[in-house]
Design a binder for this molecule. Structure first.
Ligand SMILES: Cc1ncc(COP(=O)(O)O)c(C=O)c1O
Length: 400
């Protein structure tokens, strides 16, 4: 092994590089060899950012709105965000002191764990989960307590298991609703029960609602902060990456009771100071404009169509099964009937058929039977990806 010149900080020991990025890098390598890779691995919409947001941001740069913004963000944008959160979550956040704009949802996760987790504090995570949680808990010196979500429960939260995992050291529960990677939207009554547990044990809830505007078949995503007594113990996270197709712009949202926001602000102030000023100005009028609303609606229609296309195709592959996703843009597929682990399946599918998916094991230790497929890609890619998956099935069935 190469000798290390400078040793990294101890806190790096429990952190790992993103497994999704590793798949993307491997897919890029295969693509450079001249193969057309189907990107079922990406966690980002393939749509362009709504046109008015782009135009208004360019105008903001040309108008020289390029200086520091307030730490919390431009007040006029916080006011627009407050309106949007109230209509989607049913909770009012005062634009003055209950909202902070962050560098993507990722900074919001970072700030929440650094502001509230002491070394040794336990944080409940429902797995499979977005891997930033585990790594940020490790960075803060906390202890992740994983509660596996099970296919037999349709990946809904089991409250009895939550109760059984609470100890005097439990500080926070993380809920990602709708969930990446299962696509599950948590039932209102389950969230109500979870809120009662949080109140009874004086716990903080981190509610990652970054996919809350991407729901299907009339499903509505309930915000846990909307239950009585929860706003003051919930950090609501959201952002522009997914529902506005703005992953590269890096704009996330933290909303909570002023007492919590003030603590988060301390970390945010020294992490990024503020997010880019011209982007914030570009969003003030455009984020809730009728043009943007229409373009977002078209994106949701496309996701809805692609979901149907993908699920119908998967249904034709006898060895695969899944719980129908009601939100986000992922399907968590059980491949156990193929006789392969999710890791083996994903790796062979990529190397033999050039279809990139994410092995479930990377998102939860008990998810070895699963792969994550993202349908945030074109209809053509979905059709082609399914065609290759069917060929793959025919070949491995023949060789069994
Ligand atoms: C559940 C979840 N939360 C947060 C994020 C982070 O979003 P952002 O790209 O805004 O940092 C993602 C991105 O994949 C996600 O899936």
């Amino acid at each position: 092994m190469k000798k290390e010149v400078i040793k990294g900080a101890d806190r790096l020991e429990n952190m790992y590089f993103s497994p999704v990025r590793q798949v993307l890098e491997k897919a890029a390598e295969i693509s450079q060899q001249g193969h057309a890779v189907i990107p079922f691995s990406a966690g980002e919409p393939d749509f362009d950012t709504p046109s008015q947001i782009k135009e208004d941001t360019i105008a903001a740069i040309e108008g020289n709105l390029t200086h520091y913004a307030p730490n919390r963000g431009v007040l006029a944008l916080r006011a627009e965000i407050s309106k949007s959160l109230e209509s989607h979550c049913g909770v009012y956040y005062d634009p003055k002191d209950e909202i902070i704009l962050t560098a993507g949802g990722a900074e919001a996760v970072n700030n929440a764990f650094l502001a509230f987790i002491n070394p040794g504090d336990e944080v409940i995570i429902f797995t499979p989960a977005f891997m930033n949680y585990e790594n940020m808990i490790a960075m803060a010196g906390g202890v992740m307590v994983a509660i596996p979500l099970e296919k037999k429960d349709e990946f809904q939260i089991n409250i009895e298991k939550v109760k059984a995992n609470i100890t005097p050291k439990t500080k926070m529960i993380v809920v990602n609703n709708p969930c990446n990677p299962t696509g599950v939207v948590y039932k209102k009554e389950i969230l109500q029960q979870l809120s009662e547990v949080a109140i009874e044990h004086n716990l903080l809830v981190f509610s990652d609602e970054i996919y809350n505007e991407i729901c299907y078949d009339g499903e509505e995503c309930c915000s846990i902060a909307s239950f009585k007594g929860m706003k003051e113990r919930t950090i609501t996270m959201n952002g522009f990456s997914k529902s506005y197709a703005m992953t590269g712009w890096r704009l996330g949202i933290l909303a909570s009771h002023v007492d919590i926001i003030t603590k988060l602000l301390k970390i945010h102030q020294y992490t990024t100071t503020c997010t880019p000023t011209f982007i914030q100005h570009g969003l003030v009028t455009a984020m809730n404009s009728s043009r943007t609303v229409q373009e977002k609606k078209e994106m949701l229609q496309a996701f809805t169509r692609r979901r149907t296309l993908l699920l119908e195709g998967l249904d034709e592959i006898g060895s695969l099964s899944y719980i129908k996703p009601m939100g986000a843009f992922y399907v968590f597929v059980d491949v156990s009937k193929t006789g392969m682990t999710g890791e083996e399946y994903a790796s062979r599918l990529l190397e033999e058929k050039y279809v990139a998916t994410v092995p479930g094991i990377k998102l939860g230790k008990e998810c070895g039977d699963f792969i994550r497929i993202s349908f945030a890609t074109s209809d053509e890619n979905i059709k082609e990806g399914l065609k290759r998956m069917k060929e793959f099935e025919a070949e491995y069935m023949k060789n069994q």
